[in-house]
Each structure stands twice: as structure tokens, then as C-alpha cells.
Design a protein around this ligand. Structure first.
Ligand code: SF4
Length: 687
């Protein structure tokens, strides 16, 4: 008998709803779920074909253990024993900090929570960090500093209520396709769009203002805009005086950033900057949507703060059609950073450094605060630590740094240096090649749990079919925990059981899920956090009366414009910026295996402005050699006349692309600056 199961797309954090068709224990297709939140049945090409990953021939169907240099099939007990024993041996010899865990923003909230608990109680290591460190941490750090809360301020459905929407470094049509119907509705209603993007995505229409910012100069552009808004009398002083602190200093930091200097630095015309400032200054309601373009920089936190200053100066907070919206690229990039799989954080978005927060978590977990490890190292740092021998054991779940890590050749050396690597993945990822043990992971159809959309809406996913390799990811975590000696603290069998512990522990934290009800999550079409016992329906619009800081005020933080760590020079005159292709997800570990997706985009293609291509003597159809300070690789290329002439672009879903990128890190968020890499290009020598 055929049934349908309502669930959510496993790719970007719009988490569009879909119905999986299940026939005799197999997923055979998917249909629209017209009642689903936000997308109302819409799906992009990735979402339409997502079901095809479930029974894909490339699935890892049995545990694998490396014997005599080769990964060979093993029983679950053999593989879990090998996995746990490897970590225990290293811990006995070198201490607990020799082991590290790399998690992922695609994990359900429940798995993210349990992975943090496993690292701290089972492995007893401080070192756990998710791949979200590569994408969301600049946004999170800036939001926490400015608002005391790291969550989008309002539902995306409110977009048409904005007079102006500023899109900063966010390729909406390709990375978040199902937001485009809302964009169209907003345009019809008269919403104006300012698009800040050196590439000029398909989002830009004739009536928009396109600020094709020079990569790495976002803080200068924002400074010039804020200064001009102030000159135009656009600062909402009643709001600023009542609800923020630091405005005088934040505006003073823009001193000297007049239109001319801003234009010269950011590479954008004076007229465009002035028009954008005038639109923003005149809009009562406005929203700022930002993503990796501004965040993956050595000054990524400062970049986000500089745009937050503009929103606060205009009073764009606390009501419909207003807000700052970090656009999360991974399915659960929001929830994945709330429940304790970050090295600096405990469940409920609690601080790992705060004694009161530590006490709450320790009591719930049945340990003393002293037994809870402290702050660990971040994602890229942990990989680099392996190269120098400080990390020798690594558990990798839902991450593929061999493709996504910056300065790829170095990342591969780091992975090679790990003595004992355990990878949990539905597919044999590029990272799994380095593993001592590979444990079959679940796809989205084989698990139940919750995920949190980019808006902060918690939605439920339901299991459609049993795990094809018998064990669920929760079973895997529990099996490891038992072998690591903490059996009594991991007595979980279903996502619902984990959710109940997670939500109880979140009570009083920043990301408070305590009032949510498992069944009601489905009935209500999701619930926005915070949702407490007094407010089980949750909170759609944040900061209506108070911001998250104890005094209730938002912080306007002075941002002194700064640039990238490495500037273009005569040998590397162009800037490479990377991003996403509409038809692939992250490292491509899932989408590259799906024929329709692979057919639409089978390889990375370097986009070059036609005039730049002419200067560099590139020939259409012939490959191009791209050289950065890190590496030289050969790519196909295609002209793109929307690009800046000094900038080239490539999507990073394939191994080798990130060989080019820089691994300099933002000093606060520790995000890698992959959006700005000086490069040279020339025709590749073909034989
Ligand atoms: Fe929706 Fe994103 Fe999935 Fe596309 S990839 S269907 S936009 S959740």
C-alpha cells in the first residue's frame, strides 16, 4: 500500500515542505505539500529530486573498517567497537583534547544536541564544532553583539510589507530559490530592492539599485551609506535614543566616508550610493537580508555589524516589514548552532564560559560543572591542529571538509594526518576516504526530529522509511556513548525523546524551546522560538519591546572600515569569489549523485566578465588556468557580463575549487575568508 509522509526538503534552510511517497518500505517519489509553511508546496529543482538520494546506489549500506590499509565491510558491533576503541586509546595516551568532533548544520536539532553531549561527556573533549563555522558564525557573532539574540527578526512572509529590502551578499535565486515568489509579490506591491553583490545575480532587475561592491570592501560601503543617511536626516532618533546605545560612536566611526571616498574604495558609482542612501533614509519599513558574501571575510563580523547599524539607525526592528535576516544556507544552519555542537556554546544557545549556564547544563546531565569541558577550538583550527599533531582522533558527522574546507590542499594534508577518523555519512564522501571507520548515516527520509528554518521556525520531520543500514544516527550516537562509558546518559531511541530533553534544557536559554509540543509542531506548521510554557505559540517578530541584552537595548557598534588581508597585486590582479549553483547543495555529496542535478551542472565553471576575458586572451570553449597564492587549478569558463570586471566567480560544490581559497580567519567568528582570494587567470596550456 502506498502512503505519503509530510516532511521537509533536506537542502537550504527555507526547509520547504514536501510529501514523500512510500511504497512497500521504499521512497518512490515526492509530491507537493500545499499546506506546508512558507513555501506552500513550491519546490526548486533540488527539492523535486531530493527523494532520489534515499535508495541511491551509492549509499553506504554497511559499516566499513580499515584493515590492512583498506576499508572493508564489518558488522555494526565491530565497527562501533573499532570507532570507540580508537578514541579511547588516543585519550589514554594523550589526554581527552586529542580527540575532536566535526558536526554539521544539516543535522537535526536532536542530533546536534546529542553530538555535543557525546563530545563533552563521552569523549570528554572541549573540541566540537560544526561546519556552520564556515558559514553562519559571522552572522551569529554580530547578532549576539548587537541584539543579544541570534535569530532572524521576522518571518520571511513579511517581505512584501517592507518599503525597501536590502540584499547583501545573498544570491537569493540560486541559493534560496523558493524565496523568489515572495520577492515577486513584494515587487508587485511596490517594495524597492537594493542589491549589494559583485556578481550581480539574477535577482537584479531594471528598477533595482545594484551596488556591485568590490569584494572585501563591504564595511566601507556600509560606512558611506550610514554617513549619507545621517546627512540626509534619515536617522530615526526617537527609536535610536529609546532602544539603542552607541549610536553617536557608530555614526562618528563613519566620519570621512563621504560619497567620493566610499565610491573609490568600494568601486561603486557615487550616484548609485547616493540613490541607495536616499531610498533607505526614506523607507519607514525595511529589511536587510544578508548572507555569505559579507560574512565570509576576515572582517565578516564587522561587515554584518555595519549593516545592522544601518537597520538600527533607521529603526527597522520590532514590527512587520522590518528586520535583519541572516539567510542560512544549510538545512538546519540555525538550529545547528543553538543546541551545543559549537565549541563555545552549550544547549539553549547558552555560553560555555558562563558559570550559571554551565551549572544548568551540568545538573541536567548529571555531572559537576568542573566535569564539563571548557571552550574548545573552532572547525578550521581543529583541522589545522591535526596537521601539527595536536588532534589525532576525529569524529565527522554530516561534514565534508575535503571539499568545503578553505585552502583545500592543506585541508587534505590535515585529514591525512588524523590517526583515527570516524565518518558518519549516508554516502562515501571525499572526507570518508580518509576514515579508519565509516558508519552508514541516514538521509532525511530515514529519521525523525526537528529542524529550525532560517526564520527561526521550528518544524518537524517524520521518518518515512526505516534506515537502509538498519541503525539510525541516534542509534549510532547511542552505540558510541555506551562504548565510551556513558550508557546511562544516552538512553534515547527516538527523535521525540531527545527533543523532550533538549527543550527542557533550553528553558531560560536564549533559544528557548521549552513551551513547544511535539504534536503541535506539526499541527501549527512550526513554531518560532522563543516558545515558553507561558507562550507556547512562540514568537514570530522579535524585539517588539526589548532587545535581548539585559538592559533591553540594542548595541550600535562602531565599525572602522577595513579591507581584506591579502590585496590583489600585479601577479594576482583579479579577485576570486565563490558561491553556490542553483542545482547543488554544499559539497555536492548528495546532489552531484542525482542525475538530473548533475546533468544541469556537471563541473565548476569560472565566470569571467567578457572584457576581462578579452584582456586575458581567453578563448570560448578552451579551459582557463586559475592561480592564487594557494594553488593553481584548471577550469572551464563562461562569460558573465553582470560581474565586476576585476572579479571572477566559481561555485564550490566540487573537490579542488577550494584549493584556491584563502584560509585566513575572522578574528572573532573564526570564519574563513573564502569570498576574497586574489588570483590570476590565463588560457590553460592544452596538450
Ligand atoms: Fe526549498 Fe531550498 Fe529545498 Fe529548494 S533547496 S526546495 S528552496 S528548501
Amino acid at each position: 500500500m502506498s502512503i505519503t509522509v509530510e516532511t521537509h526538503c533536506p537542502y537550504c534552510a527555507l526547509d520547504c515542505g514536501l510529501k514523500l511517497q512510500v511504497d512497500q518500505g521504499r521512497v518512490t517519489g515526492s509530491t507537493k505539500w500545499k499546506g506546508s509553511p512558507l513555501s506552500r508546496g513550491g519546490l526548486c529543482t533540488k527539492g523535486i529530486t531530493a527523494w532520489q538520494q534515499v535508495h541511491h546506489e551509492d549509499r553506504v549500506r554497511t559499516p566499513l573498517v580499515r584493515w590492512d590499509g583498506r576499508l572493508r565491510p564489518a558488522t555494526w558491533d565491530e565497527a562501533l567497537d573499532a570507532a570507540a576503541n580508537g578514541f579511547l586509546k588516543l585519550r589514554d595516551r594523550y589526554g581527552p583534547a586529542v580527540n575532536a568532533v566535526l558536526g554539521g548544520g544539516s543535522l537535526t536539532n536532536e542530533k546536534a544536541y546529542l553530538l555535543g553531549k557525546l563530545a563533552r561527556l563521552g569523549l570528554k573533549t572541549p573540541h566540537i564544532d560544526p561546519n556552520g563555522r564556515l558559514c553562519m558564525t559571522s552572522a551569529g557573532a554580530a547578532a549576539m553583539q548587537a541584539f543579544g539574540v541570534d535569530r532572524a527578526m521576522t518571518p520571511l512572509e513579511h517581505l512584501p510589507a517592507a518599503d525597501v529590502v536590502v540584499v547583501v551578499g545573498a544570491n537569493l535565486p540560486d541559493a534560496f530559490p523558493l524565496i523568489m515568489p515572495l520577492v515577486t509579490r513584494a515587487r508587485r506591491r511596490g517594495t524597492k530592492f537594493v542589491v549589494v553583490d559583485p556578481r550581480g545575480s539574477k535577482l537584479v532587475k531594471d528598477d533595482d539599485i545594484h551596488l556591485a561592491v568590490r569584494p572585501g570592501t563591504d564595511t566601507a560601503l556600509a560606512a558611506g551609506l550610514l554617513r549619507e543617511i545621517a546627512v540626509l536626516g534619515g536617522v530615526d532618533w526617537p527609536f535610536v535614543l529609546e532602544r539603542t546605545t552607541g549610536a553617536d560612536d557608530a555614526i562618528a566611526a563613519t566620519e570621512g566616508w563621504d560619497l567620493e571616498r566610499t565610491s573609490l574604495t568600494a568601486g561603486v558609482g557615487i550616484t548609485e550610493i547616493a540613490r541607495a542612501a536616499s531610498w533607505i533614509a526614506g523607507a519607514r519599513n525595511g529589511m536587510i537580508l544578508h548572507a555569505r558574501g559579507v560574512e565570509q571575510q576576515v572582517n565578516g563580523v564587522q561587515g554584518v555589524l555595519s549593516w545592522i547599524n544601518i537597520a538600527l539607525a533607521r529603526g527597522w526592528a520590532g514590527r512587520k516589514g522590518c528586520g535583519v535576516m541572516p539567510m542560512t544556507g544549510q538545512r538546519n544552519g540555525q538550529g545547528g548552532r543553538e543546541h551545543g555542537q559549537r565549541c563555545d556554546q552549550l544547549p539553549g544557545y547558552r555560553s560555555i564560559d558562563d558559570p550559571a549556564d554551565r551549572a544548568v547544563v551540568a545538573e541536567r546531565w548529571g555531572v559537576t560543572p568542573e566535569e564539563l569541558p571548557g571552550r574548545g577550538r573552532t572547525y578550521v583550527e581543529l583541522l589545522h591542529d591535526a596537521e601539527r599533531g595536536a588532534v589525532k582522533g576525529m569524529l565527522v558527522m554530516s561534514a565534508n571538509p575535503a571539499v568545503s574546507g578553505p585552502n583545500g590542499a592543506r585541508i587534505r594534508r590535515c585529514l591525512d594526518a588524523v590517526e583515527h577518523m570516524v565518518v558518519v555519512d549516508p554516502f562515501m564522501s571525499e572526507t570518508a576516504r580518509y576514515a579508519s571507520v565509516v558508519l552508514p548515516g541516514n538521509t532525511f527520509a530515514e529519521e525523525d526530529g526537528t529542524i529550525t528554518t532560517t526564520e527561526g521556525r521550528v518544524v518537524r520531520i517524520d521518518q518515512a522509511v526505516p534506515p537502509i543500514a538498519i541503525r539510525s544516527d541516534l542509534d549510532v550516537i547511542r552505540g558510541l556513548a555506551h562504548r565510551l562509558g556513558v550508557r546511562d546518559k544516552f538512553d534515547f531511541h527516538t527523535g521525540r525523546e531527545v527533543f523532550e530533553e533538549l527543550k527542557a534544557l533550553s528553558a531560560g536559554g536564549i533559544a528557548d524551546y521549552s513551551g513547544m509540543d511535539w504534536d503541535a509542531l506539526r499541527d501549527k506548521g512550526g513554531v518560532f522560538w522563543p516558545a515558553t510554557r507561558d507562550n507556547p505559540d512562540g514568537t514570530e517578530i522579535l524585539h517588539t519591546e526589548r532587545f535581548g541584552h539585559p538592559d533591553g537595548l540594542a548595541r550600535m557598534v562602531p565599525v572602522v572600515p577595513s579591507g581584506p588581508s591579502t590585496l590583489p597585486d600585479a601577479d594576482h590582479p583579479l579577485v576570486l569569489t565563490t558561491g553556490r549553483h542553483r542545482d547543488h547543495y554544499l559539497s555536492g555529496n548528495q546532489t552531484r549523485r542525482i542525475p538530473a542535478q548533475a546533468d544541469r551542472a556537471s563541473a565548476p565553471i569560472l565566470e569571467v566578465h567578457p572584457r576581462t576575458a578579452a584582456v586575458m586572451r581567453l578563448v570560448e570553449g578552451e579551459p582557463v588556468e586559475v592561480t592564487s597564492h594557494q594553488a593553481t587549478i584548471t577550469l572551464r569558463w563562461a562569460p558573465n557580463n553582470r560581474l565586476r570586471r576585476d572579479t571572477v566567480f566559481v561555485a564550490w560544490h566540487w573537490e579542488g575549487v577550494n584549493d584556491l581559497t584563502d584560509d585566513a580567519l575572522d578574528p572573532i567568528s573564526r570564519i574563513a575568508a573564502v569570498k576574497h582570494t586574489p588570483v590570476a587567470i590565463r588560457p590553460a596550456v592544452t596538450t
